[in-house]
Design a protein. Structure first.
Length: 364
């Protein structure tokens, strides 16, 4: 019972292979066009994705990359010299540590606190800014906590960036997976409205179209025009150095983005059903609770902190259940488990049932 599942292609969703693979046979892909920002048709498709949600971007603001990991690497190269610092929230996804290390950038954590929902610990954030700080990373909605960045937090972040001359890097790969509503995400996205500081919004097909294997992501550049254009010019040099996007994927990207609603609907339904089943099980006992979640594919469970989370995870493996211990995402102390809501419904139900049994036995 894999409650760490994050790959939608292995979770029983409906994929029309013939339709999805057909755009890859476009004979135009045999022509080599070394365009640093990516083909215009593909970037215009990204702009249509935002326009569908009442956000207006120009194709010139878009840089295509093969993954959000590559997008982070491009931005670290753009904004930082060796040894410079980037601030990132904790808890958060652990991949960033490896990306920063590969680009000789130092990640510095700032705290998220939970009080009827997650929010930035502003004092912690300000305290971590030094003369070597170059950017603040925000994951919106956060992975794994599943909370959106609030408007007041955005205002605080922009104020700090103006005060200290920093940029914002905003990862919005889970933006379309709100658990409370569907449709327009402009009120949540940093790509909506006017950015008052240099802002780089990241997203891609891995989550938006449920196609992690197709390797297509992007950076949307926003902010004051003079600073934005200078950043775009420098970022184009970085992108031109690699020219990593391959032509068949770029030709197929408009088709895949246009058909995203089908898989998104399936995923949202699965996540909501699993969350309802989880809550139904939790209400029958008092040792395990879940934290508030607004979006994404995960739920955070609070369990009695009587042993290290790794020990609990190992105990669960003996019952054929795999979960993420909280420290994997940077949760403080013990008493945290992170479980996937993407897995098949029976897997989720049986896995959570096993978690409750193991926790109960451990507290007798």
């Amino acid at each position: 019972m894999d409650l760490t599942a994050s790959n939608p292609t292995l979770c029983g969703f409906t994929y029309d292979a013939e339709r999805l693979l057909a755009p890859l046979s476009d004979p135009s892909a045999m022509n080599y066009e070394p365009i640093p920002r990516g083909m215009l048709s593909a970037r215009e498709a990204v702009c249509r994705y935002y326009a569908d949600q009442s956000m207006r971007l120009e194709a010139s603001q878009i840089f295509l990359t093969t993954s959000t990991s590559e997008a982070y690497s491009f931005l670290f190269r753009l904004l930082c010299d060796s040894g410079d610092e980037v601030l990132i929230a904790q808890p958060n996804y652990p991949l960033f540590d490896f990306l920063a290390a590969l680009d000789d950038v130092r990640l510095v954590p700032y705290s998220l606190v939970y009080d009827h929902g997650w929010q930035i610990d502003v004092a912690s954030l300000r305290k971590q800014i030094t003369s070597r700080t170059r950017a603040i990373v925000v994951v919106n909605p956060n992975n794994p906590t599943g909370h959106f960045t609030k408007q007041w937090e955005r205002a605080v972040l922009e104020d700090l960036c103006r005060e200290f001359g920093l940029a914002l890097i905003v990862d919005e790969v889970f933006l379309d997976y709100s658990l409370n509503r569907e449709g327009n995400s402009a009120e949540f996205s940093f790509a909506g409205g006017q950015a008052s500081v240099p802002t780089f919004v990241l997203s891609g097909l891995s989550k938006i179209a449920g196609l992690p294997q197709m390797k297509a992501s992007w950076i949307a550049c926003l902010g004051p025009e003079t600073e934005r254009r200078e950043a775009e010019g420098r970022l184009e040099i970085v992108a031109d150095t690699f020219l990593s996007m391959n032509a068949p994927i770029q030709y197929a990207l408009p088709s895949w983005l246009a058909s995203r609603q089908g898989i998104q609907g399936e995923i949202r339904e699965r996540v909501r059903e699993n969350l309802a089943a989880l809550d139904e099980l939790l209400i029958r006992q008092s040792l395990v609770s879940r934290l508030k979640v607004e979006a994404g594919w995960y739920a955070v469970l609070r369990i009695p902190a009587v042993k290290a989370d790794d020990e609990t995870a190992l105990e669960l493996l003996k019952s054929d259940v795999s979960v993420h211990p909280g420290h994997y995402f940077g949760f403080p102390g013990a008493g945290w488990l992170v479980v996937s809501l993407l897995c098949r419904k029976q897997t989720c139900y049986d896995g959570v049932t096993a978690i409750l049994r193991v926790v109960q036995e451990g507290n007798q």
